[in-house]
Design a binder for this molecule. Structure first.
Ligand SMILES: O=C(O)CCC(=O)C(=O)O
Ligand SMILES: [Fe+2]
Length: 530
């Protein structure tokens, strides 16, 4: 049996096999028994993945919700069964884990208030259990902006800042304050000196190219859904697996907003380009628990191992970012509230986001954007850039860590509705604020609309030129763009609502959503029924 990778957060990592639901992992005997653990979550929270968690694990936990991600009491040793199907991975973290933050240990908030939960009738959110009692006398919350509407960006910007993570975290020149500034303006920033090995970044890009070069049939075999000849869905991996060109449509599907009309455009034709329905990209989604199986492993040497290694590295980086974001929230120079309602001195514990991301619902996504098809050329055979690679949207979660190749095409919309290029910066990652972080900070941190322009064919080419279809899949050879976003989403049951409310205000059930509710809504809105 292959050795399980160690967790980046000193928690135990177990893995379990999919097909026969038998536990297939290692057990770390150093873990305290009878402690509470988080388990499940990730892809299994996102819907219909058939791998619901092994029964043996479930029966060892005093409570569960069928693999949808839960906490449970660890009652006995887990039986370990020898099964070499290890396509599913599961992180299990001690409930009362302490987190090392630059020398000071922060006790997790989670344990504090278990005995108070029942008294807390007004606030039924899981967050109430995490945070302890809230004081109803401080309830001043009478308005609620829908989380379906990511707040508009407050400031204008014309470039994307670069944040150097080799600086100190704290202080006026530290990277936390630079991140605060970036999040309050563009909601996007590059990070350099981030600690992720450059050769690992290149390796995962290469594996991605290898994957998308497989035949359509081979890729479809890794699809999200299996269908019989009549087109009935026979099994589904939730939002995990391969999806083909046009299947996701991020344009104009962003919650209740019409992101194209907001800029005075028209969905069908804007910037002079007729829009093809559906994003002109193909992709492959994984989670921490769902890694491609033997079939791809056999075809692309080192595919699975590289992806696991990369996810581990990005999880580590996510911890750094979560701490920086929590610290950044109190990084204003004057430490007071200004008249625009900008929240400052709103210190949260440095583990605020980490303590809500013990079993994060992350998605690592490989993306391939083929060159813009000829149908997007003008009559005069002028090469127009197509806005169709990835439609205008905001990201859903806490933040996104994006690796892009050197082709370019990612654009971020500023307050004046201009599209600002997020040009490739070798060796960097692009980080952007997601809707949940924006909502948590009441819009102080901007979840900014962005899109990807499909790459054009060779520079200087025109419509009458011959383009060879070397791969036989209808796609002309030209400039292909590859990118790899890692969507970092918190625990499935993390309560997403303004931080100040969570601290001081009792609110009813209508006024917050759990992370999983938000994700399910948004995924359902962006995938075509196919
Ligand atoms: O491919 C890119 O550069 C960005 C993709 C993106 O914004 C997304 O998938 O949410
Ligand atoms: Fe995005």
């Amino acid at each position: 049996m292959e050795e399980a990778p160690s967790s980046p957060r000193s928690a135990a990592l177990y893995y379990w096999g999919g097909n026969d639901d038998t536990f297939n992992g290692i057990m770390d005997d150093s873990l305290p028994k009878n402690d509470t653990f988080y388990w499940g979550g990730s892809g299994h929270s996102l819907g219909t993945c058939p791998h619901r968690g092994p029964d043996v694990v479930r029966s060892s936990l005093s409570q569960n919700d069928g693999g949808m991600g839960t906490t449970g009491q660890w009652n006995s040793s887990l039986p370990i069964q020898d099964d070499d199907d290890d396509t599913h991975w599961m992180f299990v973290r001690p409930h009362s884990q302490t987190i090392s933050l630059g020398g000071c240990f922060v006790e997790s908030e989670m344990e504090a208030s278990e005995s108070n939960v029942e008294e807390e009738v007004m606030d039924e959110s899981p967050d109430a259990a995490r945070r302890g009692p809230v004081d109803a006398s401080t309830c001043t919350h009478d308005s609620f902006v829908s989380i379906d509407e990511p707040p508009a960006i407050r400031n204008d910007f014309h470039s994307i800042p670069i944040v150097d993570l080799s600086l100190p975290l704290d202080g006026s020149n530290g990277y936390a304050s630079q991140i605060a500034e970036a999040c309050r303006t563009s909601g996007f920033f590059y990070i350099i000196n981030h600690g992720v090995d450059q050769s690992l970044m290149r390796a995962v890009m290469e594996k991605s190219r290898d994957f998308f070069a497989l035949s359509g049939e081979e890729k479809a075999a890794c699809g999200r859904k299996e269908e019989d000849k009549e087109g009935n869905v026979t099994s589904s991996n939730g939002y995990r697996g391969y999806f083909g060109i046009g299947m996701e449509d991020l344009e104009n599907k962003d919650g209740t907003r019409d992101l194209v009309k907001e800029e005075g455009g028209d969905v069908e034709a804007y910037n002079g380009v007729q829009r093809i329905k559906g994003d002109q990209k193909e992709g492959f989604d994984f989670g921490l628990e769902c890694i491609p199986d033997e079939s791809i492993r056999g075809t692309i040497v080192g595919f699975r191992e590289t992806l696991i290694e990369y996810q581990k590295a990005l999880l580590k980086l996510s911890d750094v970012l979560m701490i920086a974001l929590a610290v950044s929230l109190s990084s204003n120079a004057n430490g007071s509230r200004n008249q625009d309602g900008e929240r400052s001195n709103g210190a949260v514990p440095a583990d605020y986001f980490i303590s809500r991301s013990r079993n994060p619902m992350c998605t690592l996504r490989l993306l391939h954007y083929p060159p813009a098809p000829k149908s997007l050329f003008t009559q005069s055979s002028k090469l127009l850039k197509s806005p169709s690679g990835c439609g205008a949207h905001t990201d859903y979660g806490l933040f996104t860590i994006l690796q892009q190749d050197d082709i370019g095409g990612l654009q971020v919309r500023n307050k004046s509705n201009e599209w600002i290029d997020a040009r490739p910066l070798p060796g960097s990652f692009v980080i952007n604020v997601g809707d949940m972080l924006s909502w948590w900070t009441e819009g102080e941190y901007a979840s900014t609309v962005h899109r990807v322009i499909s790459p054009t064919l060779f520079d200087g080419a025109n419509e009458d030129d011959e383009f060879e279809d070397k791969r036989g899949d209808g796609v002309e050879v030209g400039r292909h763009r590859y990118s790899i976003p890692f969507f970092f989403n918190p625990d499935h049951d993390a309560v997403v609502r303004p931080i100040k409310d969570a601290d001081t205000v009792t609110v009813g059930r209508g006024n917050w959503k759990t992370a999983i509710e938000i994700l399910k809504d948004r995924y359902a809105g962006t995938f075509q029924s196919k």
